[in-house]
Write a protein that binds this ligand. Structure first.
Ligand code: KIV
Length: 269
């Protein structure tokens, strides 16, 4: 198998914006140095998603992630993937108003090498995004199904099923673009609506659960490697049966320990 190394030397927001209509962008999450190093030369961007609160911390949703937790993981990712364009996902409650958002984003820039931050919200958060971008913070938007709204929305709901919601999503995308975001994640949206959103703005739309009509895709690394077994959302493709591979390997290790074939003569001092 050949690995196609990312043709961009080091990503920046100008190159990301130029990719629209030229090249599909591949985005993957990472939470640690080990995996970030494996992904760095393949993916265009690495997102330190607050999804880590679920898959790594075992919590039921993303809402209890803290800024310090995100900073810790972002530093690990940046150490492992020094050349990558790394985005820190601002956790719930850290951008409730313009001042808090700016204070916390400045803290991110001061304490990590993240190139950008991501915040959830459309028209409702446009003013906050504008305040950040006009103070030199690079912002990736996130509209559609927004996991940080799970409790206020009463669950994770696919968006764009009604005409009214479709129009709202278009307004959200335009508002986030006008506020100065360099790209937008569109999650859990009907693919015909994701297509309209992608055409409605001039910045890249990165889809997840939004069909193949967007300017790029993002997946949570542990989902796409098949490591997360609890459930498989419809939009996830398993590129590896990670969970069974890991369990088989650890089982083999246990067998080798029990029958004393590990360590061998070659593996001892
Ligand atoms: O937290 C996360 O990993 C995300 C992606 C699913 C886009 O926001």
């Amino acid at each position: 198998m050949s690995i196609i190394i990312n043709d961009f030397e080091k990503m920046n927001i100008t190159k990301i914006k130029k990719a629209k209509n030229n090249k599909k962008l591949t985005v993957i999450t990472a939470y640690d140095a080990l995996f970030a190093k494996l992904f760095e030369e393949i993916a265009d961007m690495i997102l330190v998603g607050d999804s880590l609160n679920m898959s790594f911390a075992g919590r039921p949703d993303t809402l209890s992630a803290t800024l310090d937790q995100m900073i810790y993981h972002t530093n690990a990712v940046c150490s492992g993937a020094k050349k990558a364009f790394v985005i820190l996902d601002m956790p719930f409650g850290t951008y409730i108003n313009k001042d808090e958002a700016l204070k916390n984003s400045v803290k991110v820039y001061q304490e990590t090498n993240a190139a950008a931050i991501k915040i959830e919200g459309g028209e409702d958060r446009a003013e906050i995004i504008k305040h950040l971008t006009s103070n030199s913070i690079a912002v990736m938007g996130h509209i559609g199904l927004m996991p940080q709204y799970v409790r206020s929305e009463g669950g994770y709901k696919v968006r764009g099923k009604t005409q009214e919601d479709e129009e709202q999503l278009i307004r959200d995308a335009i508002a986030v673009e006008e506020a100065g975001a360099f790209a937008i994640v569109v999650e859990g949206v009907m693919s015909n609506v994701a297509k309209r959103i992608t055409k409605a703005v001039n910045i890249p739309i990165i889809g997840i659960g939004a069909g193949n009509v967007t300017d790029g895709q993002v997946l949570v690394w542990s989902d796409m490697l098949g490591l997360f077994e609890d459930f498989k959302p419809k939009f996830v493709r398993h590129y590896m049966q990670g969970a069974s591979m890991v369990k088989e390997a650890v089982n083999q290790y246990r067998n080798d320990v029990q029958n004393s074939s590990f360590p061998s003569k070659e593996e001892e001092y």
